[in-house]
Design a protein around this ligand. Sequence first.
Ligand code: COA
Length: 189
Amino acid sequence: MILTKMTKRLILRPLTAKDYPKWKKAHDLMLPPQNEWDIAKRQKIKTNQNEFVKLITDYNKKLKSDEFYYLSVFDKKTKDIIGVVSAMNVSRSIAQSAYLGYFIYNNYWKMGYGKESVNGMIHHCFKNLKLHRIEAGIDPRNKRSIFLARSLNLRKEGLKKRAVFLNNSWSDLTIYSATCDEFGYKWKW
Ligand SMILES: CC(C)(COP(=O)(O)OP(=O)(O)OC[C@H]1O[C@@H](n2cnc3c(N)ncnc32)[C@H](O)[C@@H]1OP(=O)(O)O)[C@@H](O)C(=O)NCCC(=O)NCCS
């Protein structure tokens, strides 16, 4: 299974134990929270190296079992970590689908990295993971994420009511999706 995806400026790959200093640096460089969905809004990262290794061991176990692919986004030149893209809840059988997750550390916003890394992840999902369909569930108020989905020509499919439990209540999500044929891939399952 191919686990790394290259784009023009970026490398998308699973974390390894050696990435701890880069991962810590990425968190340390974040600006104050820019909006409600910004990961900088969460508590300051206090994870030490041992906890980090446990975390990535868990991610990599899920990756090996074809459940959840968590890839960090590295700048090809500086090798710094600038974000994360993931394919969650991989469903094989008759669906061959996954949910997309993504964030860019806020000191790198508005430079096209979100678009480049999510586009790379979509191609990775279709080409290397041989999925048929990907979906992104976006809070209807999350304008930046909606602009990103639109800029990649993802299809707006509708509002999924009370889809996720966040901050003590059930929130609606707007579903944006694509199937592999729309990105130039055709598979026989
Ligand atoms: C959403 C997020 C990933 C976008 O990252 P980014 O690197 O700033 O995005 P990009 O610079 O690639 O911009 C993406 C597209 O949106 C467009 N865009 C962004 N803000 C815009 C605005 N206010 N008005 C119009 N277009 C806008 C950009 O122009 C670009 O499209 P283009 O290349 O066709 O011009 C980032 O804001 C983030 O991490 N947010 C917090 C986490 C999150 O919301 N994750 C998604 C959960 S569903």
